[in-house]
Design a binder for this molecule. Structure first.
Ligand code: UD1
Length: 420
């Protein structure tokens, strides 16, 4: 199994072009089954999750090829509405194929996406929304079998009891080819949802209100193919900024989505790092010794502080002057990286959804295991700031979301290598 060997102590310096967004690319790839034609999706990050999405597309009969950050799809003729359990289990976000396949094929068979990375991740909101849209759903032996009651899914008024990103995406994907109007109240407002809607509008869909809590979709009879470029990855952006805050140095992120990163930037600014933003670029300078964040950092749905940036910012705050407090409000089980940070010398106390981080003078290199995608990235950030060498194993978690992370960090002067 591959590992990262990270030697801490080097300051980061240089410029980095930010990768395309994983959380946009995946639903957009799922959406490419809707148009009866070809799509070209550019700025797609080369990640194991994106490879899994292309395998799902191929198995549905969509001709999908992927090279040099470009995905070409041709969904002129789909041959299957069934996604094998093994492919569903490769990534949790495979569930967004449910709405897209239902929209196009009027039926689909999927399974509960596997794993328990961040605690239980139920799909009850997805299922009840699909039922409201005229879909019969039954579960047998772990398979979820969905059939449209009439000839198309039908528009419906759906009130989400929490602004779930995946459920909002699934409803949109099913609604764009449904019969009539769909209204989603309490919809998620994450920028990746607007990116998905941008792609669908280019395919001819009628969607209004994305980026706000009420989204209105008028179903069309057909969609056509298009060319689209995926937005930059705000969480990868938060990760490289946190690494610089932790290790010290100065970097410029290019191709950065400045407005979408604002909820993160407004918090990291409180650590005393110098931040400057320009058109599609962000500059950060850190003296290496940063300040704790005075206000409690509460993870919230967008435009709140993103849960996906909690672990990487925590890694930087381990060596800050003073005490920082996180409150994790989105997932029950999202502090699994803290044991590794403690092993590296951090002082962290976790009590339910609260984590208290007392800044220490130094972190030390250690052998640790990546627990999940963002937790693994946090370990790299901590290892870059630590004295000595760290070995990080189970890095397949990190490869799910970061495009060649070791090349990006090395380009910035960090000492990291991937070994077998
Ligand atoms: C997406 C992102 C993930 C991010 C998360 C929150 C992708 C591929 N993943 O995940 O990186 O951390 O948004 O910003 O875009 N819930 C239910 N029932 C449901 C659906 C969700 O109880 O039917 C709960 C979840 O368990 C969780 C909360 O709602 O506690 C938020 O989940 P959701 O917004 O759906 O996250 P994902 O779409 O899975």
């Amino acid at each position: 199994m591959q590992k990262f060997i990270v030697k801490g102590g080097s300051r980061l310096r240089g410029e980095l072009k930010l990768q395309g967004s994983k959380n946009s690319a995946l639903p957009i790839m799922a959406a490419s089954v809707l148009p009866e034609g070809q799509c070209l999706i550019e700025n797609c990050p080369e990640l194991t999750d994106v490879y899994s999405a292309s395998r799902i597309l191929n198995c549905l009969g969509c001709k999908c090829s992927f090279s040099k950050n470009k995905v070409m799809t041709d969904s002129s003729a789909l041959s299957s509405a069934e996604i094998p359990e093994k492919l569903m289990g490769e990534m949790r976000s495979s569930i967004v194929f449910m709405g897209a396949v239902l929209g196009r094929m009027k039926e689909c068979t999927v399974s509960i996406p596997g794993g328990c990375e961040l605690g239980p991740r139920p799909i009850d909101m997805h299922i009840s929304a699909m039922r409201k849209m005229g879909i019969d759903i039954r579960e047998t032996g772990g398979r979820i079998i969905c059939r449209t009651r009439s000839d198309r899914p039908k528009g419906a008024k759906i009130n989400l009891n929490f602004p779930s990103v995946g459920a909002t995406e699934n409803i949109i994907l099913c609604a764009v080819l449904a019969d009539g109007e769909t209204i989603i109240n309490n919809a998620a407002r994450e920028p990746e949802i607007s990116d998905l809607c941008g792609f669908l509008r280019k395919c001819g869909a009628d969607i209004k209100g994305d980026g706000e809590s009420r989204i209105i979709i008028n179903g069309r009879e057909k969609l056509h193919g298009c060319e689209y470029s995926v937005m930059p990855d705000r969480i990868a952006g938060a990760t490289y900024l946190s690494m610089t805050a932790a290790a010290g140095g100065e970097i410029i992120l290019r191709n950065a989505c400045v407005a979408e990163l604002e909820p993160f930037l407004s918090v990291i600014e409180q650590t005393g790092c110098t931040l400057n933003t320009g058109e599609n670029k962000i500059y950060i300078r850190s003296a290496g010794r940063i300040r704790a964040v005075r206000d409690r950092i509460r993870t919230m749905p967008h435009p709140g502080f993103p849960t996906d940036a909690q672990a990487v910012l925590m890694a930087a705050l381990c060596t800050a002057d003073g005490t920082s407090v996180f409150e994790e409000n989105i997932f029950d089980c999202r502090y699994r990286h803290t044991d590794a940070l403690v092993k590296m010398g951090a002082d962290i106390q976790v009590m339910g959804k609260i984590a208290v981080i007392k800044g220490v003078k130094h972190l030390y290199g250690a052998n640790v295991e990546a627990t999940d995608l963002r937790g693994g990235a946090a370990m790299i950030a901590a290892a870059l700031a630590a004295e000595g060498t760290s070995e990080i194993s189970r890095i397949y978690h990190v490869d799910r979301g970061y495009e060649k992370i070791e090349e990006a960090v090395r380009l910035l002067g960090g000492d990291i290598k991937r070994v077998q």
